[in-house]
Design a protein around this ligand. Sequence first.
Ligand code: ATP
Ligand code: LTN
Length: 335
Amino acid sequence: MDKKRVFSGIQPTGNTHLGNYLGAIKNWVAKQEEKENFFCVVDLHSLTVPQDPAQLRYETRSMAAILLAAGLDPEKCTIFIQSHVTAHAEGCWLLNCITPLGWLQRMTQYKDKSAKQESVLTGLLDYPVLMAGDIIFYDAHEVPVGEDQKQHVELARDIAQRFNSLYEQEFFVIPEPVIPEVGARVMGLDDPTNKMSKSLADKRGHAVRILDEPKEILRSFKRAVTDSGNEIVFSDDPEKAGVNNLLGIYKATTGKSEADVLADFADARGYGDLKKGVAEVVIEMLTPIRERYEYLMQDPAELDRLLAVGAEQARSVSQPKVDEMKQIMGLVLPG
Ligand code: ATP
Ligand code: LTN
C-alpha cells in the first residue's frame, strides 16, 4: 500500500445529497484501497450552527451508515466520529493560537454564511481551523473534497506552514486538496447558478438526496430548471447552466466521456427525455445505497461497535501528534 495518508470529512447535518456523493463520497470509496484513509463524520463542525441535540445524535449515526452503505469498508479505511477523538478539539485550540484572525475573516464560505445569519457564532468563524487540525493531526497528504472546500484546504496548508516556520521544523505534512474532474460542483436543480447544498435541501426541487425514493428523484429531475431552447450541449453559457448541470450529473454518474454522453441523448426529443435519462442513471446508482442504508440502520449497536474501532485507530494517530505539538509549544505534559 502507498503509505500516503488521505483525510476527509462530512457533516452530519442530514439531507446528504447527490453533490456530496459525486463530489466527495464516491471518490473516497473508489480510492480506499490505494492509501491509508481516514474518513470522519465531523459532528463538531455541525455545531457551528444551532442544532437540535436529538436530531444531531440521529444524523451522526445516519451519516456513518450512509458512508458504509456507499461502500466504505472498515477493513480498508478508518471511519470515525470527530468528537470521539478529543485530539481534534484539543489541538484546534493550539492552532487557534497561531492563526491570524484576518485569515479566517477572508474565507468566502464564512462571508456567505455569516451574511445570511442574524447572530453568528464564534465557531462558524473558527471552523476552518478545526478542519485544518482534522487534516494535519493525521499528517494527511491528500484531502479529497468538492470544489467549495478548496479554500479551506489551502488555509490548512498555510496553518501547517506557519507552525513549521514558527517552531523551525518540518512537523506537519503540507496537505493537497484533491478535487474530482467531474462532479466537483453539482448545482442546485432549482437554481443551477448555485451549488447544491445540504442547508437548502429541504426546499422542494433543490436537491436529490441520497436517501430519496426513486419516485421522488424522478420528480425532482422533472422539475429541474433548464432554458427556453432545446439544445442538449455542454456549455459555459450561464443561460444553459441547467442543461449543463444535468449533463454533468449524467457524466459523473456514468463515468462516460462527453462525446458518449451526447451520443446517449442524440435522439432525445427535448429536455423531458434528458431529465428522464439522468433520473434513470441516478436512481440506478442510489437505490442499492438506500437499501443497504436501511439494513444498517436496523442495527445501531453494530454501527456503534464499528465506530468505536474507528475512533481507536484514529486516536492512535492524532493524539500522539497533538501531544508532541503541546511539547513543542512549551506546554508541560502531565507526569
Ligand atoms: P452546506 O452546503 O450546507 O454547507 P454541504 O452540502 O457542502 O453543506 P458538507 O458536509 O459541508 O455538505 O460537504 C461534504 C462534502 O461534499 C465536501 O467534500 C464538499 O466539498 C462536498 N460537496 C458539497 N456540496 C457539493 C456540491 N454541490 N457538489 C460537489 N461536491 C459538494
Ligand atoms: N468542512 C468540510 C468538512 C470537513 C472536512 C474536514 C473535509 C471537516 N473537516 C477535513 C476535509 C478534511 C465541509 O463542510 N464540507
